[in-house]
Design a protein around this ligand. Sequence first.
Ligand code: PXG
Length: 464
Amino acid sequence: MPTITNHMPTAELQALDAAHHMHPFTQNAGLAKKGARIITRASGVTLTDSEGHEIIDAMAGLWCVNIGYGRKEMAAVAARQMEELPYYNTFFQTSHVPAIALANRIAELAPGDLNHVFFAGSGSEANDTNIRMVRHYWALKGKPEKSVIISRKNAYHGSSMGSGSLGGMAAMHAQGGMPIPDIVHIDQPNWYSEGGDQTPEDFGLERARQLEAKIKELGADRVAAFIGEPVQGAGGVIVPPATYWPEIQRICDKYGILLIADEVICGFGRTGNWFGSQTMGIRPHIMTIAKGLSSGYAPIGGSIVCDEVANTIAQDEFNHGYTYSGHPVCAAVALENLRIIEEEGIIDHVRDVAHPYLAESWHALGDHPLVGETKLVGLMGSLALSPDKARRAPFAAEAGTVGYIVRERCFANNLVMRHVGDRMIISPPLVITPAQIDTLIERATRAFDEAYAQVKAEGLMKAA
Ligand code: PXG
């Protein structure tokens, strides 16, 4: 076996990758034929691949590299922590300084009485914690039958059995026996695709009131919690109408249902505040966090829990935890990340500089013949593709056909932009500068023009 390094030819790396590496959310047989794109290094907002291309990463990895790539302080903190205490657990009545410090810092940053943190290794693990925690909370309150969690179709909450069940992705539920019992889904607040002739405001209210109808159908004595992303990310950056979240909050309050905000993408500056719940005006009992907590430099997630739930859970042994709950290296890296965000004013940069600057050219892309709607909250954006803007009509081709063409043209122009079906989405590092935004938009515009030519040439510019 040769030593495998960055310096090997791409084709050799691709062959070795195909031989032994199973990729997530990928048809691996197809990828093996095509060969994976191999990323060798990154700095700021720019990736370098094994062919030497310099690519703007408008997805911040998987929505996580909030402070940008290549921050040496992060590496230094990780090295120092590895030397001092590379690992110890937080089970069996022990603790360590990185976990203590990070929990205290998160409690300081989180709004209201969200003062307690249960650590996990990822967003999926944290949402599995949430399922067990809210059910156990109600059991301790003498209401063990309050076990149903209501979520939404097209939500993404992770990929484990629990979190994948909370999610509302039909393609995931079709594999491996999901959802687990007592998780139900209502419709998503996607006005663009599902709002018909209603105003966004009426539609937002109607979709929120599905929660009330579902609670009444099941009985409030059966419902433990509602979970939602403040802005749906993986579902296509779907921004709910302004009427939606206030109505969800009212309903949760009225029926005594716990509200879980999944902040895995929205948290830590993405929407222009520390948390998406602040941007959308909601008061959750629990927040799920991961990704931007460490800017992806180390795997760490968790649940931020309000006083009432945490104090109730504290009365019993909660038989739950992960080997890497509060991992000292990951916790130290996350703390350094939070220091950088705070001291460099990165959230002010999002709100006062990057968002307004990007908003102008992002919304201008709405004039492109392929684009039917533009949305941008902080630095998460979407463009809905349509062959007929006036009707917000989908393409006659299979969903995602045109989105994939646009994504391929973006890659060819050294820009990582994702497609979810026929929605194009971005979530760049929060430190992106106006000059880098100019380059991003220049490449996107070229990609959209090329894609449009191809879509027309292939006869795909037809509405369903
Ligand atoms: N909640 C939300 C809102 C997420 O976006 C998770 C939970 C799960 O986190 P972990 O750390 O277990 O992956 C996520 C993750 C995509 C994509 O294709 C999105 C995620 C993960 C992988 C791919 O957009 N989000």
